[in-house]
Write a protein of this length. Structure first.
Length: 314
């Protein structure tokens, strides 16, 4: 307890630790590499990533899948200036022996002391694990990466593909052993809903990001955070409720114009909707002065109040 640091600093504030291990998961063509390249440029330039401050430094990006031209073109669109930090891109086939690949990475980091972030995209083409479903094999590989982050005081973020079938728990999406998920400080999950992308996180350190829409800029090829799925759903429901109330109010008004001083039961029976909602709308119309409620013996009669230039008239 006495030796514990008072504050853990972040490579990306509240999202990625300065020294730590993280994973990003998504089905193929869901935007993993796009987001990883954007993160790489943000660290190199010291600019915000998804609205969060970053710590500036060099990046080692292992592009083990896809064309190098796509990476180069994207870096240009992201306005990578090379004026502050550097993005060192490795585009080659890793040895089929995972230990040899690790040795190459260690040797490379030995001559790049300013690297603060290592990106491995994707991890399966680096670790070369014989059976990614085997917990012991995967756990050993992840532990080796964790030791590397401590040795060189950096953050390592690796990508992996998600399963075809999506479940309610995003953490179940990585293909292979649960050791991929369990050995990290932060896990980022991307998913597609139609043409839109959603991001969410689970974190051992930092602030959990609830499912949030990602907004893609066609010109700059940057992703930014949009509304959360919960807030969008809430707004959609509020919009539906507002339209329902407006419809009921209009129907009440129409009936008051047709009927002669009806009682509440007669009036509301002519209007569609839940009784409680209809009563609520009628009371709101009375309180706002749109409807007059007048005693008639044991009953209450209602009439529309039509605004005039001098005031109101029945």
């Amino acid at each position: 307890m006495s030796s514990a640091p008072e504050l853990h600093t972040g490579l990306v504030d509240g999202l990625l630790r300065e020294v730590g291990l993280s994973m990003i998961v998504a089905k193929p063509k869901s935007g993993k590499s796009t987001l990883l390249r954007q993160l790489s440029v943000a660290i190199a330039e010291g600019t915000d990533f998804l609205g969060k401050p970053t710590s500036c430094g060099d990046v080692l990006y292992l592009n083990l899948e896809g064309q190098i031209g796509a990476v180069q073109e994207h870096l240009k669109k992201l306005n990578y200036t090379e004026q502050r930090g550097a993005v060192h891109v490795v585009h080659e086939q890793m040895p089929f022996n995972g230990q040899e690949g690790l040795n190459k990475l260690v040797a490379t980091l030995g001559v790049l002391p300013k690297v603060k972030l290592v990106v491995i995209d994707p991890i399966v083409k680096f670790l070369r694990i014989a059976d990614s479903d085997k917990y012991d094999q995967v756990s050993l590989g992840i532990e080796t990466l964790e030791q590397l982050t401590r040795k060189f005081s950096l953050h390592l973020l690796y990508s992996t593909h998600g399963k075809k079938r999506q479940t309610d728990d995003a953490g179940d999406s990585p293909i292979g052993s649960t050791a991929f998920r369990g050995g990290t400080d932060t896990n980022l999950y991307l998913s597609k809903q139609g043409t839109r992308r959603v991001i969410e996180t689970e974190q051992r350190w930092g602030v959990v990001m609830e499912p949030t829409w990602l907004v893609f800029d066609e010109e700059t090829h940057r992703l930014s955070l949009g509304a959360t799925l919960e807030s969008e759903e809430s707004s959609r429901n509020e919009g539906k409720e507002r339209k329902t109330l407006e419809r009921i109010e209009q129907e009440i008004w129409n009936q008051l114009c047709l009927l002669k001083n009806p009682g509440q039961i007669q009036l509301l029976n002519m209007v569609t909707g839940k009784k409680s909602t209809k009563v609520q709308v009628l009371n709101d119309m009375i309180n706002s002065g749109k409807v007059a409620a007048e005693p008639d013996g044991k009953f209450i009669r209602y009439r529309a109040v039509v605004p005039t230039e001098q005031g109101v008239a029945a």
